[in-house]
Ligand binder design. Structure first.
Ligand code: HEM
Ligand SMILES: [Ca+2]
Ligand SMILES: [Ca+2]
Length: 305
């Protein structure tokens, strides 16, 4: 029901406008790519790819972005969508959905940081529901079974899941997400013994007094943090995985074969990632009267009381 040429008549410069805004933003704020990719994942997995994650809370409604897990989504990613929406409303008022802008921007950013190109079909409508209480996503302490069950419930296979989490080849995580692995791990070991000792020492230093400064963080991929490549999987094989949920992928027998495959063959990873992203980009999308074209991405057109 989505098409690649959806805006050809009503907003022919859609692709160019998004690309321009994305390029400028990524150059001035290089953390935009990772933040936006995560924002898109968190959008699609709750109510579908419908920009529900962009809605701001009001006195009547605690919206998705104020759920605990979404509080760490970076402002730059939201700002990018606001900028693109503003430019698109000037060029073609009332035509382009926020959900399409987010899907298109995420793809452009993946390509910009060296990742694979994939087709983004268009015609999503913006959703009419955004509730913090409905945000159920895996977290850094989820087990392999939890993650497999979560992705399976959305129709994603184990190899697709392992490919999608490969997005952790860019971006960073706050210290509190992995502090349990590097401080006071157990009575016999100061840190999780599955972590490379020198890496663990480095992380302990990087996160020293993170409790006083909660912004402290570490790159998800210690080797090539800003490049979209298959290094993430190679890291997992060497005890250089940052989150427990990352490390689990190389420990569990159901996911390990795909970690190995993607670690040895970047082409295989890129193919799997682009297919899985195309699929993710269409997950739960709304068309026709099931949604609206928001005037602003952070508010429904009609405020419900
Ligand atoms: C089992 C699945 C997953 C878990 C448990 C997980 C967990 C996390 C956590 C805890 C962070 C750190 C957030 C912070 O401290 O700010 C993070 C960051 C990130 N995640 Fe995931 N994630 C998962 C899957 C995915 C998927 C499927 C994608 C995209 C396709 C993704 C993209 C990202 C990106 C790009 C970042 C870096 C964000 C930034 O630099 O601002 N993650 N993830
Ligand atoms: Ca959504
Ligand atoms: Ca990388």
């Amino acid at each position: 029901r989505l098409t690649t040429n959806y805006y050809q008549r009503a907003c022919p410069r859609f692709q160019d406008i998004v690309r321009d805004i994305v390029t400028n933003k990524q150059i001035t704020s290089p953390t935009t790519a990772a933040g936006t990719l995560r924002l898109f994942f968190h959008d699609c997995m709750v109510e579908g790819c419908d920009a529900s994650v962009l809605i701001s809370s009001n006195v009547f409604n605690k919206a998705e972005r104020d759920s605990d897990i979404n509080l760490s989504l970076p402002g730059d990613a939201f700002d990018l969508i606001v900028r693109a929406k503003t430019a698109l409303e000037l060029a073609c008022p009332g035509i382009v959905s926020c959900a399409d802008i987010l899907a298109q921007a995420a793809r452009d950013l993946v390509v910009m940081v060296g990742g694979p190109y994939y087709t983004v079909r268009l015609g999503r409508k913006d959703g009419l529901i955004s509730k913090a209480s409905r945000v159920l996503l895996p977290n850094s302490r989820s087990s392999a079974s939890d993650m497999i069950r979560f992705f399976a419930s959305k129709g994603f296979s184990v190899p697709e899941m392992v490919a999608l989490v490969g997005a952790h080849t860019i971006g960073f995580s706050h210290c509190k997400e992995f502090a349990g692995r590097i401080y006071n791990y157990s009575t016999t070991s100061p840190y999780d013994p599955s972590i490379n000792p020198r890496y663990a020492e480095g992380l302990r230093r990087a996160c020293a007094n993170y409790q006083r400064d909660p912004t402290m963080s570490a790159f998800n991929d210690v080797m090539t943090p800003n490049k979209f490549d298959n290094m993430y999987y190679q890291n997992l094989q060497r005890g250089l995985g940052l989150l427990q949920s990352d490390n689990t992928l190389v420990v569990d027998a159901r996911t390990r074969p795909y970690v190995q495959a993607y670690a040895t063959n970047q082409t295989a990873f890129f193919q799997a990632f682009s297919h899985a992203m195309e699929k993710l980009s269409m997950y739960g999308v709304k068309t026709g009267r099931w949604g609206e074209i928001r005037r602003r991405c952070d508010a429904f057109n009609i405020i419900k009381t």
